[in-house]
Design a protein around this ligand. Structure first.
Ligand code: GDP
Ligand code: MN
Length: 383
């Protein structure tokens, strides 16, 4: 998960990395009020998850209220490489004496962490990397050893960081390494890290990518998740851990695996129907998950028939069949269910379902037949 600059700065700040005080603004009025509060000169910065904002006009320095209003109104009308600007970060502008570059990331080939430092940070760092790669000092870090102050010092010296700033950058790198490891990031990049006219260091920009696989131990990351979907069906599905996308048709779909779910949508369309949703129950089609999936589809008033299309591989069809019966015992279904179970233990699954078949629970041998039957039911009004 990539963070916006303002989120990244807050993340860095938790690990003691200096950032300028600032705030977000979603309207021109909020932006002006923030600039007034933090004082002039102020920096107004477009919040988009792409780089190169500076060069695209996404960073504006303003000297007074009128300039702040003008800059904010322009920024909110800007699209940076296709990304519309909906939020600004406002901070009191720093007086810059030098711009450095520091980053930590994973070197997948070397299977080590990689620290990079340059005394030539700023918006042209890509040019520096292309034309003068020696100006970027690199150091691989064994995760067992971590980054010691000595290691950081060697890196900072190799990068040619100004003598008076070296101790500060060493201290910052050690904190940044903690942020990267304990903060479970795949990437932390500060460009520019500035040395201010008064001799302080400050992270003027922040690019932080969190490792999604580590989200289970960071409940606090929920604040970074993008806005919740508006579709109530999608919200309830997400809460149940299902991969669901609401559509407009009348045939509810449950399949295992994203590929099969897509194929099911296609076949339903091919036989003249329209899917009410995409729903992938994944590899663990137990009764709980099946009940959850049926509940979500059941709550959709447009659904007239439900098509369950499972191809057993690792998932066993007899487990799915028991899941369906268990779910039907718990959820009162508003529309008939058409089931196609093939693959591992399909025969056992059919034995399990056979005594329960009715016009509310139908079994078909193939995906095509099941799709056609479900579309027929839906066309006839279903429930
Ligand atoms: P990016 O282009 O998306 O990487 O945006 P940055 O946040 O890195 O900003 C681009 C450039 O704008 C920086 O390299 C700085 O030169 C300049 N800049 C950003 N914030 C400030 C500030 O507070 N004061 C000054 N003087 N310049 C700034
Ligand atoms: Mn930058």
């Amino acid at each position: 998960m990539d963070l916006y600059e303002y989120q990244g700065k807050r993340y860095l700040a938790r690990f003691g990395i200096p950032v300028a005080p600032g705030t977000v603004a979603d309207t021109i009025d909020e932006a002006v009020a923030a600039a007034e509060r933090f004082g002039y000169p102020a920096a107004l910065k477009a919040q988009v998850k792409v780089g190169g904002r500076g060069k695209a006009g996404g960073v504006r320095l303003v000297a007074d209220r009128a300039e702040a209003a003008e800059a904010a109104s322009r920024l909110f009308r800007l699209a940076i490489r296709g990304h519309r600007v909906e939020r600004l970060w406002i901070e009191s502008a720093s007086r810059i004496a030098a711009e450095y570059y520091v980053s930590l990331t994973l070197d997948r080939e070397a299977r080590l962490h990689l620290a990079m430092v340059s005394a030539r940070g700023g918006v042209d760092i890509e040019d520096v990397a292309d034309h003068d790669p020696a100006a970027i000092a690199r150091r691989e870090i064994d995760p067992i050893d971590g980054l010691s102050p000595d290691g950081a010092q060697a890196l900072v010296a190799a990068a040619g960081i100004d003598a008076l700033a070296q101790a500060g950058v060493v201290d910052l790198l050690v904190r940044l390494y903690r942020c990267y490891v304990e903060g479970d990031a795949d990437l932390v990049e500060i460009n520019p890290l500035v040395l201010t006219a008064s001799g302080d260091l400050c992270a003027l920009d922040a690019k932080v990518t969190l490792d999604d696989e580590a989200s289970f131990r960071h409940p606090e990351w929920s604040e970074f998740a993008d806005a919740e979907p508006d579709d109530p069906r999608e919200r309830s599905a997400r809460a149940k851990g299902l991969s669901y996308v609401g559509l407009d048709g009348s045939v509810g779909i449950i399949a295992n695996g994203a590929g099969l779910a897509m194929a099911t949508l296609d076949v339903v369309q091919q036989v003249g129907g329209a899917a009410a949703n995409f729903l992938d129950i994944g590899g663990a089609a137990d009764a709980d998950l099946m009940a959850g999936a049926l509940e979500v589809i059941n709550a959709d008033g447009k659904v007239r028939a439900v098509l369950v299309n499972v191809f057993g591989g690792i998932v066993r069809c007899d487990d799915v069949a028991r899941g369906i019966l268990g779910a039907m015992g718990r959820v009162e279904l508003a529309s008939p269910l058409v089931v196609r179970l093939d693959g591992t233990r399909a025969r056992e699954a059919h034995e399990i379902l056979r005594p329960h078949l009715s016009d509310r629970l139908v079994m078909e041998p193939t995906m095509f037949a099941a799709a056609r039957h479900a579309v027929e039911i839906a066309a006839g009004g279903g429930r």
